[in-house]
Design a protein around this ligand. Structure first.
Ligand SMILES: Cc1cc2nc3c(=O)[nH]c(=O)nc-3n(C[C@H](O)[C@H](O)[C@H](O)COP(=O)(O)OP(=O)(O)OC[C@H]3O[C@@H](n4cnc5c(N)ncnc54)[C@H](O)[C@@H]3O)c2cc1C
Length: 364
């Protein structure tokens, strides 16, 4: 394989670039804005089980990625000397009494169901309205911002050419091949191209990826106070992700408002009310930060992975609310596909042809 050019330097683009480089491929990354990436906005939950994904190829993909996480982050940490904050802390999914009465039965008999007494023993400080919940000991978290920085540094140290501040505006094509990527600074050519532009991917190629906005905020456990949250809380209206340094990340809204920026009173109010209801102690914790980001979302909320209408363009986008979780498996499968031409059978389920792409490009 000759040179590969990756469009997008978020978690997916960088993870792929690094894996390709480790296979001996020369890689350039075009990155419009590192800080813009959803990689910085996310909560970092590695939560295929808490997400209650039904048995499906997508669940298989998520479970395979979760299994890769310990060694993938350990390797990154050894390469860079930086922590990624990977923490196999497990995820607790508390249920309010009223919801249990509506939904109980078979599910409640599942292996990790905790009844009222058990869940309050397991996690002191929960609302008294919590009547039970699920415990997912294999779900985990990573500090997504630290991970993005570690990936960036590892990529630079490995000799990947990262062109920060250079957006791709369109593709130059001839028949079924991409011949160049057009940018504000001219044309960039390579033997193979990867589209990993997150929520902005449709600006380069008419893929059905739209931005779904998520608002977030964080609070800090006051100094001197013991860290009472030692696992992620994944409630029905809110999730709370405690970092080891006492920061607690709260999220997230799901909004269809295009790329409109900013936190809103309604968004923040909804998150705070749900968080205080679930875990009342946080009402007095100092707020640290508000932010927002854009999930790259396809109509069926599944990613677009693998081949594209162009022979030398690979798609790696549309990871919606699980892109942090899916970074290692995406990097592995896309690299095998590009370098060895090996398509893992799972890739079939995430092929672009399940959608009618706009502007006739599917007709190539
Ligand atoms: C609020 C929120 C919470 C989330 N929580 C979780 C979570 O807990 N767990 C989880 O697994 N996932 C979570 N996600 C989802 C996850 O963040 C995304 O799926 C993931 O970041 C997508 O990675 P990406 O690299 O495709 O896109 P991004 O991380 O958004 O990166 C895309 C990058 O490409 C660049 N780019 C775009 N277009 C171009 C172009 N034309 N030229 C050059 N560069 C370009 C952008 O500037 C950006 O830097 C969350 C997302 C949000 C918004």
């Amino acid at each position: 394989m000759g040179e590969v050019l990756v469009i997008g330097g978020g978690i997916i683009g960088l993870a792929i670039a690094l894996e390709l480089k480790q296979q001996g491929v020369a890689v350039t990354v075009l990155s419009r804005d590192f800080k813009q990436a959803a990689a910085h906005a996310a909560a970092g939950m590695l939560a295929p089980q808490a997400e209650a994904l039904p048995p499906s190829p997508f669940l298989d993909l998520c479970l395979r990625s979760r299994a890769l996480y310990p060694s993938w982050t350990q390797h990154l940490e050894e390469q860079t000397g930086l922590s990624t904050g990977y923490w196999a802390c497990g995820i607790l999914q508390p249920w309010y009494e009223a919801a249990i009465h509506g939904k109980r039965s078979a599910e409640a008999e599942a292996e990790h169901w905790l009844d009222r007494t058990a869940i309050h023993q397991h996690q002191p400080g929960l609302s008294t309205a919590v009547g039970g919940g699920y415990w997912f000991p294999l779900d985990a978290q990573v500090d997504n911002r630290a991970l993005a920085i570690a990936l960036w540094q590892a990529a630079q140290a490995a000799g990947i050419d990262i062109q920060e501040g250079i957006p791709a505006t369109s593709l130059k094509t001839q028949a079924s091949r991409v011949t160049a990527v057009i940018t504000s600074t001219g044309e960039w050519q390579a033997d193979h191209y990867v589209l990993a532009g997150g929520a902005w991917s449709a600006e380069v190629l008419p893929v059905p990826v739209s931005p779904q906005k998520g608002q977030m905020l964080s609070v800090q456990v006051p100094s001197g106070e013991a860290l009472s949250l030692q696992q992620v809380l994944f409630g029905s209206e809110i999730y709370m992700v405690p970092r080891r340094d006492g920061l607690i990340v709260l999220g997230a809204t799901s909004e269809w408002v295009g790329f409109s920026p900013g936190n809103t009173p309604m968004g923040v109010n909804t998150l705070l009310a749900a968080a205080i209801r679930l875990y009342p102690a946080i009402a007095d914790y100092p707020i640290q930060e508000f932010w927002w980001g854009f999930r790259p979302t396809t109509p069926d909320e599944l990613p677009l992975l693998g081949s594209s209408p162009y022979n030398n363009l690979t798609l790696a986008t549309g990871h919606h609310r699980n892109g942090i979780l899916l970074a290692p498996i995406t990097a592995r499968l896309i690299t095998d596909w590009i370098v060895q031409g090996q398509a893992d059978p799972l890739l079939d389920y995430f092929h672009y042809a399940r959608f009618q792409l706009k502007d006739g490009i599917s007709g190539l």
